[in-house]
Design a protein around this ligand. Structure first.
Ligand SMILES: C[S@@+](CC[C@H](N)C(=O)[O-])C[C@H]1O[C@@H](n2cnc3c(N)ncnc32)[C@H](O)[C@@H]1O
Length: 199
C-alpha cells in the first residue's frame, strides 16, 4: 500500500506537512491553520483502514485533505470513495486543489458542509476518522456509532492532546457496550473503537 504513493502524492503530502508546520509558528489565524495529523498517524490510519470490513469510508474534518490522502490509499485499492466532510469554504478550496493535484477523484468524494447535516444518509460505515471541532464530537460519535457495521472502526483524534476537554465523551465511548475501545498514544492520541461482531 505505501509503495503505491505516487510522486504527485508524496509531493503534495510534503507541501502540506511544511505548511502545517509553518502555520503553527508564523501567526496564521486559528481558522486558517491546517491542524492536520502527523505522517505517522497517517500511516496508522491507512493500516487500520486496510483491515476494515466492507462498507462506507468516512472522514469528518478534511482541512486541506492530508489525512484523506492517507486513507485514500485504501479506498483506491478497494475501488470505493472516501467521503470526506468539510465545512469551511477556504479549506474546501485547498482540499479540492489537493485531490486534483494528486489525481484522487476516483478514491475521494469531498462533501461540502456540516457532517451533522450532510452525513445523516450514511447507512453502513466500515471506517470513520473523526477529526472536526471538539464541540461536535459527541453528536458525530452518536451518528457514526449507530451506523457502524460489525467490526467497523471509528478513530477519534486528539484523545490525549485534548483529554481534559473531551474526557466526558471519552468515558462515554469507552463504556459503550457496542464497542471495544482504547487510546493509542500516537500523534495527539487516537481513540480507536471497533464495533463488536455481534453488537
Ligand atoms: C483538525 S482539522 C482536520 C485535519 C485533517 N483531518 C487532516 O489531518 O488533514 C478539522 C477540520 O474540521 C472542519 N470541521 C469542523 N466541524 C465540522 C463539521 N461539523 N463538519 C465538517 N467539517 C467540520 C474544520 O473546518 C477543520 O478544517
Amino acid at each position: 500500500m505505501f509503495s503505491e504513493i505516487t510522486p504527485a502524492l508524496a509531493a503534495r503530502m510534503k507541501q502540506l506537512e511544511d505548511r502545517d508546520r509553518g502555520d503553527r509558528s508564523d501567526g496564521t489565524s486559528y481558522s486558517h491553520r491546517l491542524k492536520q495529523i502527523p505522517p505517522d498517524v497517517g500511516k496508522f490510519l491507512a493500516l487500520l483502514a486496510a483491515g476494515a470490513p466492507p462498507g462506507e469510508f468516512v472522514e469528518i474534518g478534511t482541512s486541506a485533505g492530508y489525512s484523506a490522502l492517507w486513507i485514500s490509499l485504501v479506498t483506491e485499492q478497494r475501488g470505493i470513495k472516501l467521503k470526506t466532510f468539510e465545512v469551511l469554504p477556504h479549506k474546501i478550496e485547498l482540499a479540492r486543489e489537493t485531490f486534483s493535484l494528486t489525481a484522487r477523484w476516483n478514491s475521494v468524494e469531498l462533501v461540502e458542509g456540516n457532517f451533522l447535516e450532510k452525513g445523516t444518509h450514511l447507512q453502513s460505515i466500515a471506517f470513520c476518522f473523526l477529526d472536526c471541532d471538539k464541540a461536535y464530537y459527541e453528536q458525530c460519535y452518536e451518528l457514526v456509532a449507530a451506523r457502524l457495521v460489525p467490526q467497523g472502526l471509528l478513530v477519534i483524534d486528539n484523545a490525549l492532546s485534548h483529554f481534559d476537554e473531551i474526557k466526558p465523551i471519552i468515558d462515554k465511548i469507552c463504556s459503550d457496550e457496542r464497542l471495544d475501545s482504547m487510546i493509542v498514544p500516537i500523534g495527539n492520541g487516537e481513540l480507536v473503537c471497533r464495533r463488536k461482531p455481534t453488537a
